[in-house]
Design a protein around this ligand. Sequence first.
Ligand code: GLN
Length: 537
Amino acid sequence: MEQKCKYIFVTGGVTSSLGKGIISASLAKLLQARGYRVTIQKLDPYINVDPGTLNPYEHGECYVTEDGAETDLDLGHYERFLNVPTSRANNVTTGKIYQTVIENERRGDYLGKTVQVIPHITDEIKRRIKILGDSGDYDIVITEIGGTVGDIESLPFIEAVRQLEWEMGDDNVIVIHLTLIPYLAAAGELKTKPTQHSVRFLLESGVQPDILVCRTEHPLNAELRRKVALFCNVNVNAVIESIDVKTIYDVPLVMLKEKLDRVVLAKLKLPAKNEPALDQWIEFLQHIKHPKHEVNIALVGKYVELLDAYKSINEAFIHGGAANECKVNVKYVNSELLTPENVSSKLKDFHGILVAPGFGGRGIDGKLNAIKFARENNLPFFGICLGMQCAVIEFARNVMGLKDAHSAEMNSETSNAVIDLMSDQKNISQMGGTMRLGAYDCNLVKGSLAAKIYGKSKISERHRHRYEFNNKYQKEFEKNGMVVTGTNPETGLGEIIEIPEHPFFIGVQYHPELKSTVENPHPIFVKFIKKAIEQII
Ligand code: GLN
């Protein structure tokens, strides 16, 4: 009989931002590299149905899956580390759980019963956790629980974990608790008390962690590990040190050294089969640590205050840089501050310009100024989603002479809406989950820059937008030197624009950054960096 799926839960204590997502992804990587089929799921305790409507300032970017779910940015880490796509089932929020339970209640599924957190909400949480395990696609499901233990919102999730452990047994369910061991400079000591407290919080909910992963700025000595183990009731070898590292991509190797994967497998009574096959990963790390080149890229956008707002783009630059043995310095340029007068002085020292995705009209003029500068100065240009739409607007205004050209998103009155709302979007009034979302096929024009970059004629990429290139103008654009080189085979919508006269000018309606992984750096990023390097040599 096929082995049943096993479950690993990852909770966080003491403070948020300890990197549960990276620890989960790193453990998954090690297990995968040993030959196990692994996926990672994120449970988010907030009430939003999905993060699609959250402000990127507050929550970082919204990550879109192949099947069109708007999800937490941690899913991006999972895909980048594992090189396996996630899906709608990999991100569940409290909002989604309640939505389902309330729909069930209205349908009459619980007729006669009082609907309660236990068992109705916890049952729905358990059902969502088991969907992935029951699919038969995985040997191990790692479920990361967002928030910090002790938060009111996460209580039902912790209770669901307790029940699952009780139902399935210790060999099938384990809990890893990620915690902080702070260093008090004045005392010159590492302190274990916050960890003891957060483990006590978990215990109050009936959950005994099996493994503690301890974030720390200084190494944990044997005595301290023993103390944590004793007070928190875990084995000494289950106290794992997670020391600060330079790049998140180091974490799997740090966890390997600490034997996290071995301890996990032993607890789940699974064989530690082969040694992990990590050659490609190690080579990638070599490339990012010992680059032969260095380039500066301007990332022009409006969400420049919060680094996480463009998380996947940043990571795609790391992957694309490694493929070129190049260090990529991505510098954020606030589009609101770019004027025709200062654009040259602000952008002239960059080797490439990327105009970012985004929503709304703020900072648009600055983006148009940046694009004009890149176009006229033969600087490598890469526009993503809104960045592509801006390239179309800039070209229409400054090359084709359509002075009022705009996107209907910013100006619905314009007589030249070169970017317009799709007809099937016109009657939508609800904001959540109503954009064009997820993977769509795209055919590439033979001989185009896009076809050369991808090395094939049919691709699939992920989308998240409402507005589109207006095909009515396609001929006029082509006459003037901007061509559409990628189209959706079903709808005929233009997905890629290029200026063949320019050494590297490409705009894409989709989000290539979402598909870039350590093992599969995205080809447009790889080529863009290559062109940027050519600016120097
Ligand atoms: N705001 C634009 C649209 O909705 C672009 C979206 C984006 O950049 N993701 O079409």
